[in-house]
Unconditional design. Structure first.
Length: 422
């Protein structure tokens, strides 16, 4: 039985497509032929990507009556072109390279790529990628730079730990964080020339005082002046990076002011602090009209398993795929932090981690957080209310819990026989 679909066959009458390189771009414009019905006219031209040349491109497109401009996301080279066309008021679409790959088995040149992209765009066979508005883009640049600096500092700290291992100093075995107050004091003493394990162990503070004997054993090694020189440089570099990280943090607080209410609502979620809330807003934006449902946001962020089926059989491992790496990093850290709390998300994380492992628990909690975030941003009056860590014990139907338990037993190979009441 034939059923009506939601698709509409519509050709964009006046469309332009850009194949962008570092030094130049190829622009293909396709418009209807006024003299012959059903025929198309086409213009293919090459422009320099220098700003002076780009500023003339919107005027030419307006003369031809172009209503939509489509370009492929090529490295970072698309950004200046996109910004110029956006500022000129043209409807500009950024397409994923995966969606507009040139047809295999045919000649491939810059001009042919531009024509192919234009033909695909006029038939509406591509979807636009999410490009946030300028204010969010600027916030994103700062938050991403801060995340990159944190990554560089973490790498420097890891080098310091490896250097201690090279010197047979096993401080990381005893201390969970060798860059805490006690660890920094001990490493400073090592750099200053102190080598006596007993003296170094006595520099421990607070709870580390209960590990004096273990610390004495850990500092029995072969730390030389060579190690002291390298460790001093690494610690100085880590301290300089900490100062560098503080400056973008202050800038983020200034830039987030127009969106302070939204950031405050996200800050209420377990595992999400003010910095994480700013990073999430910088990646997803404030306007949820771009994502019609929470499922669209989850799918865009690649926190939902992919569907691959052929001949009635599911293919692959149902992995989520590669999405926004910065957003995934923030949500992953937030999920792990939430797993340590006495909340619904914390209990959900622990239940999934016990059954399926921590990695799947991180993805599951990250997905739950995205659903909550979508609702909080879509409705300014919405507030987060925790369901409680006892949700699974007190609020789930006991009959449903019994059926789930039976299914789990049967999946393990057990045969369950239910006794009927007299």
């Amino acid at each position: 039985m034939l059923q009506e679909t939601q698709d509409r066959e519509e050709i964009i009458e006046r469309v332009a497509a850009l194949d962008i390189g570092k030094a130049e771009l190829v622009c293909c414009v396709r418009v209807p032929d006024e003299g012959r019905a059903g025929r198309r006219l086409q213009e293919v031209a090459t422009y320099s990507t220098m700003t002076r040349s780009l500023l003339g491109l919107p005027g030419r497109l307006r003369c031809l009556g172009v209503t939509r401009v489509v370009m492929e996301a090529t490295s970072d080279y698309w950004k200046p072109v996109f910004y110029v066309l956006e500022a000129a008021g043209l409807e500009t679409w950024l397409a994923s390279a995966r969606d507009v790959k040139h047809l295999p088995g045919r000649p491939k040149t810059d001009k042919l790529d531009a024509v192919w992209l234009c033909k695909v765009a006029e038939r509406q066979m591509i979807r636009p990628s999410f490009v946030p508005p300028p204010q969010i883009r600027r916030l994103r640049d700062v938050t991403r730079y801060r995340i990159d600096l944190v990554g560089v500092r973490t790498a420097e700290k890891q080098r310091a730990e490896k250097l201690l291992e090279d010197a047979c100093i096993k401080l990381s075995v005893v201390a969970s964080d060798i860059f805490g107050i006690s660890g920094r004091a001990m490493m400073a003493a090592l750099i200053a020339g102190e080598r006596d394990p007993k003296v170094l162990a006595q520099l421990a503070r607070t709870r580390m005082r209960g590990k004096i004997s273990a610390l004495e054993e850990a500092f029995t090694g072969h730390f030389t002046d060579h190690h002291a020189f390298l460790l001093g440089k690494m610690l100085a570099r880590a301290d300089a990076l900490s100062a560098d990280i503080a400056e973008p943090g202050a800038k983020i607080e200034e830039m987030i002011a127009p969106f302070a209410a939204a950031a405050q609502r996200l800050d209420e979620l377990p595992g999400i602090n003010s910095i994480a809330a700013c990073a999430i807003l910088a990646e997803t934006g404030i306007d949820m009209d771009r994502f019609p449902t929470a499922g669209h946001l989850v799918s865009w962020a690649k926190f939902a398993p992919g569907v691959k089926e052929s001949a009635g059989k599911k293919k692959g491992k149902n992995t989520t795929g590669h999405g926004n790496s910065y957003l995934a990093r923030v949500l992953g850290n937030a999920a792990v932090s939430a797993g340590r709390t006495d909340t619904f998300l914390g209990e959900r994380y622990r239940r999934i981690a016990r059954r399926r492992g921590r990695k799947k628990a991180v993805v599951a909690i990250g997905r739950s957080m995205l659903v909550i975030i979508w609702h909080l941003l879509a409705d300014p009056d919405a507030r987060y209310t925790d369901l409680g860590s006892d949700f699974y014990e007190t609020r789930i139907n006991p009959e449903r819990r019994r059926r789930n338990h039976i299914r789990q037993l049967e999946a393990l190979g057990y045969k369950v026989i239910l006794e009927r009441a007299a």
